[in-house]
Write a protein that binds this ligand. Structure first.
Ligand code: SAM
Length: 230
């Protein structure tokens, strides 16, 4: 990867973090999150046609009507999860596998669910080829979570849900965090952070307006609708 492109991407992420801090409450990202964003070669996760734009701070098409998210949003959502070495994370919406690769450098294990079989297959093979050994990808509807590996220290949903799937709240450990965009595709969606305390009580914080592709499957009430992409 060209060093200067990655530097520019990191600089933009830091600028956008400062620019949005009044909304997000995040004035700077953890150094280890920035380091993971630096290390993962985003160009390996985008189709050939878009490789020249791989380090632009923009979502890009990955086929099947889906996108790889904007780098700033990936970095912010990663930071909001409070990743660290002993955590086990569930991702809903593997897409290209990029977000899972970033997380894999920060946590013990990532489990990632993707509803579209072709994307799940490509992402799984890509992550293996690139040597991300602590990521397991499975094809399935992430609205049901992944009961065999639950509960999780953190759950990240990278498609927008019309409502928060109850299974995901249930599969969160006490002390855990769920980062999820919520809202209908045609309308403004809000990135939320839910925190479950040691008694199992969940509190919710609103972070930022975002625009994600919709969560489909039984957890999404928004199948077949289109939105802008992150
Ligand atoms: N995290 C991805 C990445 O790093 O490339 C980007 C995710 S893309 C914005 C959203 C993904 O969520 C799409 O690949 C879509 O097929 C997937 N998706 C939508 N509904 C889903 C569901 N119910 N379960 C699992 N994946 C789902």
């Amino acid at each position: 990867m060209k060093r200067s492109d990655v530097d520019a991407m990191l600089q933009t992420i830091e600028e956008e973090t400062r620019f949005t801090r009044g909304l997000t409450g995040v004035s700077s990202l953890r150094p280890e999150v920035l380091q993971a964003m630096r290390q993962v070669p985003r160009k390996e996760f985008v189709p050939n046609f878009y490789k020249a734009m791989a380090y632009d701070n923009t979502p890009l098409p990955i086929g099947n009507g889906q996108t790889i998210s904007q780098p700033f949003i990936v970095a912010l959502m990663t930071d909001l999860l409070r990743p660290d070495r002993d955590k086990v994370i569930l991702e809903v919406g593997t897409g290209s596998g990029y977000q899972a690769a970033v997380l894999s450098l920060l946590v013990q294990q990532v489990y990632s669910l993707e509803i579209i079989p072709a994307l799940a297959g490509v992402a799984s093979a890509r992550l293996r080829r690139l040597g991300y050994q602590n990521v397991e990808v499975r094809q399935g509807d992430g609205s049901s979570g992944w009961p065999e590996h639950a509960p999780f220290d953190g759950i990240i949903v990278t498609a927008s849900a019309a409502h928060i799937p109850p299974a995901l709240k249930e599969q969160l450990k006490p002390g855990g965090r769920l980062v999820i965009p919520v809202g209908l595709p045609a309308m403004s969606q809000e990135l939320l952070v839910l925190e479950k305390d040691e008694q199992g009580v969940i509190s919710t914080r609103q972070i930022l307006s975002v625009a994600f592709v919709p969560l489909t499957g039984h957890g999404g009430d928004n199948d077949n609708e289109k939105s802008e992409h992150h």
